[in-house]
Design a protein around this ligand. Structure first.
Ligand code: NAG
Length: 237
């Protein structure tokens, strides 16, 4: 009985992951509760800009439809022929937007940059994007300190982004010389934190050029990490 319950719990967790890769919120399977969910619809034109923004938390794109699923949306001034196909959608749009926007606070792009192909010539299309804002933990470790990432019991780390460098003059500036902190164009995005911390309950990593390499050697740097804590993916028994 115990085994059966354990297995069904694991299957439930697996179902959640399959349906929404870590961020779904259907009735029984809450992986991470979003702070809020939003929808943006932008009518098709190469140069039209779509903007996603989280006031609190960071963007996780949930779904994106490039095509048409009703005959009214963005219909102004269009002919019946251009609006009649309501079964039109381009696969893969959501992955393009996830790559571009997940983990950002604000994300802007032109429609022309994110529509991979034309799924239905002759139909006037739009881009319908649903995204959530997820709670985020922000941690900063000054150069040669340890960054410590930690989640509550039962949850694991998922790193949105990490940067070893300097992008402002105040962070980690205490009693440093002006020369140490003046270069604020020293950004060094890295996937090393994600590589070594994702899926763990806690993790520490040294904010050091020996780990991350030296993007601007005369600047005193810091490691800034944005991550969230989520229930783990299913693991092999
Ligand atoms: C936009 O996408 C959402 C989520 O898939 C869907 O529920 C909604 O009907 C769509 N709206 C339009 C106008 O396509």
């Amino acid at each position: 009985m115990l085994h059966f319950r354990l297995i069904s719990t694991l299957l439930l967790a697996a179902t959640c992951l399959l349906t929404a890769s870590g961020s779904t919120n259907s009735n029984n399977c809450l992986i991470v509760a979003p702070l809020s969910t939003h929808r943006v619809i932008t009518c098709d034109d190469t140069n039209n800009v779509q903007r996603l923004r989280c006031e609190e938390g960071l963007i996780g794109v949930e779904s994106a439809l490039y095509g048409r699923s009703d005959s009214e949306t963005c219909g102004e001034g269009k002919s019946v022929n251009e609006l009649s196909n309501t079964q039109c959608s381009e696969d893969g749009t959501v992955d393009i937007l996830k790559t571009r926007c997940d983990g950002q606070k604000v994300c802007e792009y032109k429609i022309g940059e994110v529509r991979p192909n034309d799924p239905c010539t002759g139909t006037y299309k739009y881009l319908n994007t649903t995204f959530s804002c997820f709670p985020v933990v922000n941690t900063v470790a000054c150069e040669n300190s340890l960054a410590i990432l930690q989640c509550d019991q039962g949850k694991v780390i998922f790193v949105y982004n990490a940067d070893f460098g300097r992008t402002d003059q105040t962070t980690c500036s205490y009693q440093r010389s002006a020369g140490d902190v003046q270069n604020v164009m020293c950004s060094g995005p890295t996937t090393k934190v994600a590589d070594s911390c994702n899926g763990k309950n806690s993790c520490s990593i040294k904010a050091s050029h020996t780990v991350f390499g030296d993007t601007c050697s005369s600047t005193y740097k810091y490691l800034e990490v944005n991550y969230r804590c989520q229930y783990p993916a299913i693991t092999a028994p």
